[in-house]
Design a protein around this ligand. Structure first.
Ligand code: SAH
Ligand code: SF4
Ligand code: F3S
Length: 461
């Protein structure tokens, strides 16, 4: 499904070409990737399943998981010159956060890359491809200033019933380890009228799930006239007619009581929150410049559970921050035991050039210790997840069907956000369920990561 303002001309610049894309990183990049797909298809290119079949390969990258990606792109070099269906060389484009941050040097390490673009000039990608085709010259273009929101660009939604709705971009928090503020720039909120208009349109288009998007959605509106608050955006979304509303990401220091109240006030706002903790030690939280204590975080969890008793919480944790001792790691283990999360994103600390901690703190936890601590925290989480899941057996939940996988349908409950791979599996058993439709299902069995269920009724809606 491709939508947008671009009028399709009789002859489009990429007619007859194929594209393949690979995306790394957070929901920002997922949203950008859907826009890239929309633009390429509006320009005439057709998606293909493998890079070997593609005339154009687009990598949307992330700086936090940079090394794995660079390795992958290095491997891509080996198929760069394998001719495609037109006996031509494949065009390789690198965008996203690494594209933005390392535009000047990327082609030195990866000379086979033809196009480098950034996070602020997604809309120029087709022009850059055209220039590459007509001149044969590599094209590198990034711009520093944020030139607005991607909502006006054409889009190919990965799940046609789900839309990302950017409400702010950038981040002003400068957590000491984090590269994002240097890549995505300063916080910029989208006017509330523009968000309201998009939400109204989405609902009438038949979009059933929406995720409000920003690096720190809780600080929405600080830079706008009248200082609208995030709770107002939530109220708008809650009443927009869209059935399932979620939002990412929340910073604990900016999560206000009125936001929690809005979450509780609307059935359409899902009982699910990603609230990054990062560390279970006050000393490390201070060194990370996170501006809250473990006690304050626990207080928020208490408030959230009081307002939304069945809320599902997930978090991010960084293991092996400079100076992390075994005792500080133990504090984290105790924390996750006392405050069980439904999901943990665990990252081993990596030094990001130019950040405060890279400049001033020594990355002194050995890799082996980091690796072992990641394993230990994941083992603990596995037991917690199994416990949480077993408690859900016997319940009936409303699920949306995401995909068919072998003999199962992969579904999500109200607790699962769209970027989660799989949650509730329903045996197909000869039935045909429709992607993007809602059904009632009873949970019949649980494992650490997956739940199994059976339908209790025919198609819901
Ligand atoms: N704005 C979001 C996302 C930031 S990046 C937020 O504030 O949570 C996503 C996650 O990557 C972070 O939550 C953090 O856990 C992890 N991360 C960021 N920089 C990192 C680094 N230098 N080393 C290891 N993990 C990092
Ligand atoms: Fe990075 Fe912190 Fe901003 Fe999140 S809040 S993007 S971790 S600086
Ligand atoms: Fe990575 Fe960029 Fe997101 S650096 S975490 S993809 S904003």
């Amino acid at each position: 499904m491709v939508m947008g303002r671009n009028v399709q001309n009789a002859r489009r610049p990429l007619d007859g070409m194929t594209y393949w894309q690979r995306t790394f990183g957070c929901q920002m990049n997922e949203n950008d990737a859907e826009r890239v797909a929309g633009m390429l298809e509006t320009a005439g290119a057709l998606p293909v399943a493998t890079i070997e079949e593609a005339d154009i390969a687009v990598f949307i990258t992330c700086c936090v998981r940079e090394k794995a990606e660079l390795r992958l792109m290095g491997q891509v070099a080996s198929i760069k010159n394998v001719p495609n269906a037109h006996e031509a060389k494949r065009i390789i484009a690198v965008g996203g956060c690494i594209g933005q941050l390392e535009s000047a040097t990327l082609r030195e390490s990866l000379p086979h890359v033809d196009i480098v673009f950034g996070t602020h000039n997604l809309g120029h990608l087709v022009d850059l491809i055209e220039l590459r085709l007509s001149t044969g010259e590599p094209q590198v273009e990034t711009i520093d200033a944020n030139d607005g929101f991607s909502s006006d660009l054409p889009v190919h939604r990965e799940k046609p019933w789900h839309a990302w709705v950017p409400i702010m971009t950038g981040c002003d928090n400068f957590c000491s380890y984090c590269i994002v503020p240097y890549v995505r720039g300063r916080e910029m909120s989208r006017p509330i009228e523009s968000i309201a208009a998009e939400l109204a349109g989405l609902s009438s288009e038949g979009i059933r799930e929406v995720t409000l998007l920003g690096q720190n959605v809780n600080s929405y509106g600080r830079d706008l006239y009248g200082r609208p608050r995030f709770a107002e955006v939530l109220a708008l979304a809650g009443q927009s007619g869209v059935e399932r509303v979620r939002f990412v990401t929340s910073h604990p220091k900016d999560l206000l009581p009125e936001t929690i109240e809005a979450m509780a006030a609307y059935d359409t706002i899902m009982p699910q929150l990603h609230l990054p903790l990062q560390s279970g030690s006050d000393r490390i939280l201070r060194a990370m410049n996170r501006s809250y204590t473990v006690e304050r975080y626990l207080g928020l969890v208490r408030d959230l559970r009081r307002a939304c008793p069945d809320i599902s919480l997930s978090t991010d944790i960084i293991i092996g921050f400079p100076g992390e001792t075994e005792e500080e790691f133990q504090e984290l283990l105790q924390f996750v035991q006392a405050c069980p999360f439904d999901r943990l994103g665990v990252f081993a600390y990596s030094e990001e050039e130019g950040t405060y901690s890279a400049l001033h703190l020594k990355d002194d936890v050995p890799d082996e210790v980091k690796r072992r601590r990641v394993e230990r925290i994941m083992e603990r989480q596995k037991a917690i997840s199994l416990d949480n899941n077993l408690r859900r057996v016997g319940r009936t939940e409303r699920v949306v069907v995401d995909a068919r996988q072998g003999d199962y349908y992969v579904c999500r409950t109200q607790y699962d956000s769209p970027e989660v791979d799989q949650e509730l599996l329903i045996p197909a058993g000869g039935r045909r369920l429709r992607r993007g439709c809602f059904y009632e299902a009873r949970i019949t069995a649980a494992e650490e990561y997956d739940l199994y269920g059976e339908l209790t009724e025919r198609r819901k809606r």
